[in-house]
Design a protein around this ligand. Structure first.
Ligand code: SF4
Length: 428
């Protein structure tokens, strides 16, 4: 059996590779483990900016399964690859997974796809589907699938994988040199090896993929396997990215994690993402910093310039920001504040106030265009086909209603450290 796992080739604004490694390369590792006798080929073309011919050569080998990984902005490209595949190799089963089918399952419930993952842990859903199809049976969970010409059916909800069986990214899937180049092109300072530590988030922000992908409950990889992986696999990378929605959500897990690293007398550089309010706990920051925490990201999204209005992001308590900044500085941890430009209800003064405030606190600010993925869910396929989905890339989606000029917007998302509003630039 030959299984080809493809990230479709597509031009895009940004080339974030690190945390997609945790998803794409780990899924490949899982499929290899589940089907040790199969040939599982990975083509990360979209992740590393490779051209379309690298994908087509795999289709010419007529695989039994083509497993396409598609984020929303790659949906059109994924469909094109699927169409090519259907023409070149009509018997190849075409499965698709990723943020694309989670946000817009309707887009993929049509020819030439055979099935799309819409719930559950994707690697388990895909592997079980491959097993079923190979036994001439229909898959049973986590999918919307084609059951007859132009007939689509939703299966039972997707099953979850026991965290002890969560895969680690296969190291050969995204070669380090490709990763390194993509990172340099983005002007980022460190090479980070990303792997899943936690899945699922109970907060449920409308635009976010995590609750759709991992469910609403925090689930965790066991401490022991996490630490063992970190102790042995840094290789050419500078630090780990302990990937998960809210790294510090489970304090018992954090205590055991810190304890295990200390017990082994290890200080392993790592970063993660959490809720900003958790970082107001100085002891927590200190303990994690003592075993290697170098940076922590947190979603601010936006603050509200006019305090008479309701705070736009209730998950952030602005009064805690200075305390958080002090804790991080004291323990030598970089604070990365994620902000969004163009959120509903946000005004120009909110964007400028948020940026100034976070910079004054000493945080590294990481702005993105607010990309309202949740608005796509209710659209028909015909409406989705009218859109240029490649714009929906989680970084460069520009809505003039944000009050910034296009020049200001691009300056803010590409050079947040030196951003100045146009009026101030003219004065300077
Ligand atoms: S808290 Fe963070 S991970 Fe959770 S839903 Fe909101 S943005 Fe997503």
């Amino acid at each position: 059996m030959r299984i080809v796992v493809v990230s479709p080739s597509v031009q895009r604004f940004d080339v974030t590779t690190h945390y997609w490694q945790a998803e794409f390369a780990a899924c490949v590792a899982y499929l290899r483990a589940r089907f040790p006798d199969a040939e599982v080929i990975a083509e990360p073309a979209g992740l590393i900016g490779a051209p379309q011919r690298t994908v087509v050569r795999h289709l010419l080998a007529k695989p039994d399964f083509l497993v396409l990984w598609s984020r929303v902005w790659e949906a059109q490209a994924a469909r094109e690859v699927a169409q090519e595949s259907r023409e070149i190799s009509p018997t190849t089963r075409i499965l698709v997974w990723g943020d694309g089918p989670l946000f817009i399952p309707q887009y993929f419930a049509r020819q030439p796809f055979d099935a799309a993952v819409i719930s559950g842990d994707a690697e388990l859903v895909l592997a079980d589907a491959i097993e079923s199809y190979s036994a001439a049976a229909l898959p049973e969970h986590g999918l919307i699938l084609n059951v007859a010409p132009d007939q689509w059916k939703q299966t039972a909800p997707g099953r979850l994988l026991d965290p002890t069986a969560w895969p680690f990214p296969a190291p050969d899937v995204i070669p380090f040199t490709d990763y390194h180049l993509a990172r340099e092109l983005r002007g980022k300072p460190t090479d980070d090896l990303s792997f899943d530590v936690a899945r699922g988030c109970p907060v449920g922000c409308a635009w976010c993929i995590d609750p759709l992908k991992g469910g609403r409950k925090d689930r965790r990889r066991p401490v022991m396997t996490t630490v063992e992986f970190m102790a042995a696999n840094l290789g050419p990378y500078r630090q780990f990215q302990c990937h998960g929605p809210i790294f510090t959500a489970d304090r018992q897990w954090i205590r055991e994690f810190v304890g295990e690293l200390r017990c082994r007398q290890l200080v392993v550089p790592f970063k993660g993402v959490t809720l900003v309010n958790h970082l107001a706990d100085d002891a927590l920051v200190g303990e994690l910093a003592s075993v290697g925490m170098r940076a922590m990201g947190f979603g601010i999204e936006t603050l509200t310039a006019d305090k008479g209005r309701i705070n736009l992001t209730p998950k952030v308590q602005e009064r805690l920001l200075e305390q958080v900044a002090g804790n991080l500085q004291r323990h030598g941890v970089e604070g990365k504040a994620y902000t969004q430009i163009g959120l509903a209800g946000q005004r120009r003064e909110d964007v400028l106030y948020t940026h100034r405030m976070l910079r004054d606190c000493g945080f590294t600010v990481r702005p993105t265009g607010a990309t309202p993925f949740h608005l796509l869910r209710s659209m028909s396929v015909a409406e989705l086909d009218q859109l240029d989905l490649s714009r929906w890339d989680r970084k460069s989606y520009f809505d003039p209603a944000c009050g910034l000029t296009r020049r200001e917007f691009f300056q803010l998302i590409t050079s947040p450290g030196t951003f100045m509003p146009e009026a101030e630039m003219e004065v300077a």
